[in-house]
Design a protein around this ligand. Structure first.
Ligand code: MD3
Ligand code: FE
Length: 208
C-alpha cells in the first residue's frame, strides 16, 4: 500500500492520501473556525520560555498544552478554564475513514490539535511523545496554504525528506515511524480562497 509501482517503499511508515479531505475542505475550515470561537488560537510558550510560531487550539476530551511547566494534555483549556470544545463529528468521521484507508483499523482519536500557520510560521523538528499509547497512529489533515513537511528518523540529526502538503491532503503515521522526528518548514506567503494567508493542520491523536 505504501509502495511505488516498483514495490519500493516510497516513505516507510507514512501513508499519504492526497486530496482525501478536499471535498470537505470548506466544511472543515468552517468547523475549525467554530472551535476557535470557544477555545481561541493562541501562541504557546516552550518550556524554555520561547514563543512557538504556530498558533494552536484543540478539541476533544483533552487539548495539548505547552508552557514553562512542560508539554502535556489537559482536560480543560487553560485560557478559558472550560473543557475544550467537543470534537465535531465531521472531524472524527474523517479521521477514522482516513486511518482505515491508510491501513490502520479501529482508530478512534480522543484529541484533535489544530495548528494555525501564518506567513513564515514553522514547526521545529520534534517527536510527538506526550501520548499514552504509541501503537495508535496519528492522522493529519492539511488545509489552506501549502507547506513542506520535514521527515527525519529516530535521531534529531540525519537525512530529512521534504514532503509537500497541499490543502485536502491527509497523511497517517504508525508503527515505528510514529516516533520519528518531524517538522514544518517556514510557510511561504500566499493566498488561499478560504483561508487567505493561513494554513491549518488538524492532527488527530489517541492521547489516553
Ligand atoms: C509524524 N504538526 O502538531 S502534522 C504536531 O503540520 C505536528 O502542523 C505538523 O507535527 C503540522 O505535532 C505536522 C503531521 C504529523 C503530526 C504528528 C506526527 C506527523 C507526525 C507524529 C509522529 C510522526
Ligand atoms: Fe508533531
Amino acid at each position: 500500500m505504501n509502495a511505488d509501482l516498483f514495490g519500493a517503499p516510497a516513505v516507510p511508515g507514512l501513508v499519504r492520501l492526497p486530496g482525501f479531505a478536499l471535498a470537505e475542505e470548506a466544511a472543515l475550515i468552517e468547523a475549525a473556525r467554530g472551535l476557535a470561537t470557544v477555545s481561541p488560537f493562541r501562541v504557546m510558550l516552550t518550556p524554555r520560555g520561547g514563543k512557538m510560531s504556530a498558533a494552536m487550539t484543540s478539541c476533544g476530551a483533552a487539548g495539548w498544552v505547552s508552557d514553562r511547566r512542560g508539554y502535556r494534555y489537559t482536560p480543560r483549556d487553560p485560557l478559558t478554564g472550560q473543557p475544550w470544545p467537543a470534537m465535531p463529528a465531521l472531524f472524527s468521521n474523517l479521521a477514522a475513514r482516513a486511518a482505515e484507508a491508510a491501513g490502520f483499523t479501529g482508530f478512534a482519536p480522543d484529541v484533535c490539535l489544530v495548528n494555525q500557520y501564518g506567513p513564515g510560521a514553522k514547526m521545529a523538528l520534534h517527536q510527538d511523545r506526550d501520548e499514552a499509547d504509541f501503537t495508535a497512529p496519528i492522522v493529519s489533515v492539511s488545509l489552506g496554504l501549502p507547506a513542506v513537511f520535514l521527515w527525519g528518523g529516530m535521531q534529531r540529526t540525519g537525512p530529512i525528506a521534504k514532503i509537500p502538503l497541499a490543502s485536502g491532503d491527509v497523511v497517517a503515521w504508525g508503527g515505528a515511524e510514529r516516533l520519528y522526528f518531524h517538522g514544518i518548514a517556514p510557510l511561504k506567503p500566499g493566498h488561499h480562497p478560504h483561508l487567505g494567508p493561513l494554513r491549518l493542520n488538524l492532527t488527530f491523536r489517541r492521547a489516553f
